[in-house]
Ligand binder design. Structure first.
Ligand SMILES: CC(C)(COP(=O)(O)OP(=O)(O)OC[C@H]1O[C@@H](n2cnc3c(N)ncnc32)[C@H](O)[C@@H]1OP(=O)(O)O)[C@@H](O)C(=O)NCCC(=O)NCCS
Length: 180
């Protein structure tokens, strides 16, 4: 289990799949995510199991201080050879948003990724109109990499998808990289 200042990141258990199933079907939150269809409980079960079976993926439950599950932190597409991976973070419990818990979970997860998993670079995708998430990522040092045009369709219109990344601090110099 990883301990932040306000949250814990812990391994996902099969018993979590009921709440995960409810979360994955939360259409209000899914406005910000690349989830389209209603998903079955069986899907949630296999999603949880995939966390242990796949070598390129780790799923953490974000628990608050009272050990109540409030969201997910996902490490995906781990490329052990290149030492990079994609992350996703969602605070599903709406009462827990805006209280610094997402930031603490992300800080805790990034510390683990860089200093325990020995990754060199972390990237993510975010909808261009998701101001809260964009602010959070910028605050924690993610840089803009590029914008994928009309890659997501939600609520009757297309949305651009922004790619951001963050390098390990004190890592190798990145001479070809121009921060726009
Ligand atoms: C985006 C999300 C993870 C942020 O977590 P959170 O716990 O609500 O955010 P925090 O309280 O930790 O805020 C940290 C920073 O994020 C930004 N932020 C958070 N909520 C914001 C809001 N409503 N408007 C603007 N910026 C916001 C701010 O920069 C904030 O720092 P500050 O308090 O110093 O201004 C969370 O709101 C969430 O899960 N939203 C729905 C799903 C989602 O969009 N996930 C990301 C997909 S890419």
């Amino acid at each position: 289990m990883l301990k932040g200042e306000k949250v814990f990141l812990r391994a996902v258990e099969l018993e979590d799949s009921r709440i995960i199933s409810a979360w994955l079907n939360d259409r209000e939150t899914n406005i910000n995510l690349d989830i389209i269809y209603p998903l079955s409980k069986r899907y949630a079960d296999s999603y949880v199991l995939s966390a242990e079976e796949e070598n390129n993926k780790r799923i953490f439950i974000i628990d608050n201080h009272d050990r109540k599950p409030i969201g997910l932190f996902i490490i995906d597409k781990i490329k052990w050879e290149y030492r990079n991976c994609e992350i996703g973070i969602v605070i599903y419990d709406k009462n827990s948003r805006g209280k610094g818990l997402g930031e603490d979970a992300l800080r805790t997860g990034l510390d683990f990724i860089f200093n325990e998993m020995n990754m060199n670079l972390v990237y993510l995708h975010v909808l261009s109109d998701n101001k809260a998430a964009l602010n959070l990522y910028r605050k924690l040092g993610f840089e803009f990499e590029g914008e994928l045009r009309e890659r997501i369709y939600k609520n009757g219109r297309y949305h651009n998808l922004i790619v951001m990344s963050k390098k390990r601090e004190g890592g190798d110099n990145d001479e070809n990289w121009i921060d726009k």
